[in-house]
Design a protein around this ligand. Structure first.
Ligand code: ARG
Length: 373
């Protein structure tokens, strides 16, 4: 990813030639000092960074730069509706954790700290960056907590079909799945050697069984979801440095679970079952049986998380917060990039204010990006 080693050498006086990577570093350092006036003089820090790049082909963020970079990566995440609280992201600086075991241990600690007994805290754990000619450890799982999927002999899928591929990889590495609908997958960590499996202890996985405030039968569907969505396969990019392993989480918005994970036909596909229990006429699209069932599943999700004392927002509240965020960003003189198709909730979009406008589509850095494999 970094090509400083190849391109840093030419000098003009004592200024390094501005290749693309140095530009990225300089742009970030300038941003940091512009937004953190108390940090001091940008010029001496730029000289320091240039010198370190000259020596080693890369440079090291200070803890303050790392924290700022991670928070701004969240602020720049154009698909995220939950960015109002970007400044509150808690940073766990674990750049020294180099082995698969150390990474696994810190992921476990991350879950405990982020779950916080249900009062979820937006948290990121940052592991080592890639260096020239040195690939840092990474986690293959898309999230720290993901449910396995198994193919039954009749072709049906048990579990979350989204994770068929990851489950196959785990099984190949020797994992023994229990064959259930909500089996938490082990972490697959790539470190020094090849990939290794590390099981998450069940004490750190908070899960919420789903019930409905009015329909007692809903509990019999045997549905549940985990409390913390912790994305673990995106690269945190700050000032030209790539942190390939930097799991981060916020709290869930109900529709992520109720209108997608449990409702999508290629996920848990629960709408036909719920509609049938509701006694709806499912022979005709125009009865809107899917729409009706979708609302009840979402009512159940919000109700169950509240009953379990687990932080979760609804799409009306989160959409209003996002409008506040847009206003604040505008007042700060910043562009707030947003992707309409991700920001608008998958249920009742037009009932929320985020539906009724367009957004800037800029791609800013620092950023969370998907690795190019
Ligand atoms: N939509 C993903 C899921 O259902 C989680 C993405 C991140 N969500 C969040 N609220 N931070 O698991």
């Amino acid at each position: 990813m970094l090509s400083w080693v190849k391109s840093r050498s030419r000098k003009q006086g004592d200024r390094p030639v501005l290749d693309k990577e140095w530009e990225e570093a300089e742009r970030f350092i300038r941003l940091f000092y512009a937004e953190n006036p108390s940090a001091g003089a940008v010029r001496s820090r730029l000289r320091e960074v240039a010198a370190e790049i000259g020596r080693s082909g890369t440079y090291t963020h200070t803890p303050a730069e790392l924290a700022f970079g991670a928070r701004v990566a969240w602020r720049n995440s154009s698909r995220c509706i939950g960015r109002l609280y970007w400044r509150s992201l808690r940073i766990r600086d674990r750049r020294e954790a180099g082995t698969a075991d150390a990474v696994a241990e810190e992921c476990v600690e991350h879950l405990t700290a982020a779950t916080n007994n249900g009062k979820i805290r937006p948290t990121i754990t940052v592991f080592a960056p890639d260096r020239p000619a040195e690939r840092a450890p990474r986690v293959r799982n898309e999230q720290l907590i993901r449910y396995a999927a198994y193919r039954a002999p009749d072709g049906a899928v048990i579990g979350d079909p989204l994770n068929l591929g990851l489950t196959d990889q785990a099984l190949e590495l020797g994992w023994q799945g229990r064959g259930g609908r909500f089996d938490v997958l082990p972490l697959i960590i790539e470190a020094e050697g090849g990939p290794v499996l590390r099981e998450l202890p069940s004490e750190v996985i908070l899960e919420v069984p789903l019930t409905h405030p009015e329909y007692a039968w809903f509990a019999d569907l045997g549905l549940q979801w985990h409390a913390v969505p912790a994305i673990s396969n995106m690269c945190l990019e700050i000032g030209g440095i790539c942190y390939p392993c930097a799991p981060f989480n916020g709290w869930y918005m109900g529709t992520e679970i109720g209108a997608r994970n449990l409702a999508d036909a290629d996920r848990y596909d629960q709408l036909p079952i719920v509609a049938e229990r509701l006694g709806l006429d499912i022979t005709n699209d125009r009865t809107l049986w899917r729409d009706h069932a979708l609302v009840e599943v979402n009512v159940a999700v919000l109700h169950s998380f509240a009953a379990a004392g687990v932080t979760m927002s609804d799409h009306h509240t989160e959409a209003r917060r996002f409008m506040t965020h847009l206003e604040r960003e505008e007042r700060s003189g910043r562009v707030c990039p947003a992707d309409w198709s991700w920001i608008v909730p998958p249920l009742s979009g037009s009932l929320t204010p985020v539906f009724h406008r367009y957004y800037d589509e800029a791609q800013l850095t620092p950023a969370f990006v998907h690795h190019m494999v």
